[in-house]
Design a binder for this molecule. Structure first.
Ligand SMILES: Nc1ncnc2c1ncn2[C@@H]1O[C@H](COP(=O)(O)OP(=O)(O)O)[C@@H](O)[C@H]1O
Ligand SMILES: [Mg+2]
Length: 263
């Protein structure tokens, strides 16, 4: 049975594409047939992040009725399958999101896990990934505006009959002003299923068009992303593989600073 996860947040830049790509890559590594689809059709990024920006067929052409979905599937690291959207505005204009449902039906026959990288904002088209996912994962940055945006996305998801799996706090720092896990859980009414530190290795890796879990697998962000993926995949990943030691100090400090803030 396929499980579809939509990675969503209120606004852009919270880390949806980063998480979609890295979680998808790790899920493939843990043996799940995983597909990542870029449903952020206006501001498509997955292709750029993975070096697929010049491929001839994307979701745009499929949704315009000019190509079949099988032509728009590309292989990424660890065998993850990637369906990018095009980056041209013309392609975006020609794409008809109404066809998404049929495309989806075809893809879910082929995979264990489908990850949808959702667009920011609450446009009409943006609602589709929230409604069709089995579970929506909210990406939150440690600031109030991000939490408020996530709350709107949660409410919208529930309005259209979708279900929230939980929130991931991305770009966590040691700043006292960071919003605490407790506050996020309280305000959003969902569980925080992962905390990913703000880590320059994420941007470094993207300069190589490679997910951080592949380029810098022992970096603080990669280790935390691997933990979330292992949890989703239901695999027991040894601490050694996660390379906990190299992160222990930073993450211990992060955890204790977050716990302190709960009080
Ligand atoms: N944990 C992190 N640490 C540092 N930089 C990050 C982290 N997560 C994402 N970024 C950076 O933030 C920017 C926005 O991330 P992106 O995944 O494109 O967001 P979105 O898809 O939500 O718009 C990118 O430059 C990305 O490299
Ligand atoms: Mg994005």
């Amino acid at each position: 049975m396929v499980v579809t996860y939509t990675i969503a947040s209120g606004k852009g830049g919270t880390g949806k594409t980063t998480l979609s790509v890295n979680l998808g890559t790790m899920l493939a590594h843990y043996g799940k047939e995983t597909y990542i689809m870029d449903t952020d059709m206006g501001m498509a990024n997955i292709g750029i992040v993975l070096g697929l920006e010049n491929v001839p067929v994307t979701l745009h052409e499929v949704l315009a009725g000019k190509a079949s979905i099988s032509e728009a599937i590309y292989e990424g690291p660890f065998g993850v399958k990637v369906i990018p959207s095009g980056i041209s505005l013309q392609g975006f204009q020609n794409a008809d999101p109404e066809h998404l449902h049929d495309v989806m039906k075809e893809i879910i026959q082929q995979c264990d896990i489908l990850i949808l990288d959702a667009p920011a904002g609450i446009s009409r088209d943006g609602v589709i990934p929230l409604a069709i996912a089995d579970e929506v994962i909210l990406v939150v940055n440690p600031e109030i505006s991000s939490m408020v945006d996530a709350l709107k996305t949660k409410i919208l998801t529930e309005l259209v009959g979708g279900k929230i799996k939980g929130a991931i706090l991305n770009r966590a720092t040691l700043e006292k002003t960071d919003i605490s896990i407790h506050k996020i859980e309280e305000v959003l009414g969902v569980k925080v299923i992962g905390i990913i530190p703000d880590d320059p290795n994420v941007r470094r890796a993207s300069a190589y068009k490679t997910p951080v879990v592949v380029k810098y697998p022992n970096s603080p962000a990669a280790v935390e992303i691997k933990k979330i993926a292992a949890e989703i995949a239901g695999v027991d990943v040894k601490e050694k593989e996660l390379n906990k030691d190299s992160n222990e100090k930073f993450l211990d400090r992060l955890t204790s600073s977050i716990i302190k803030r709960r009080k």
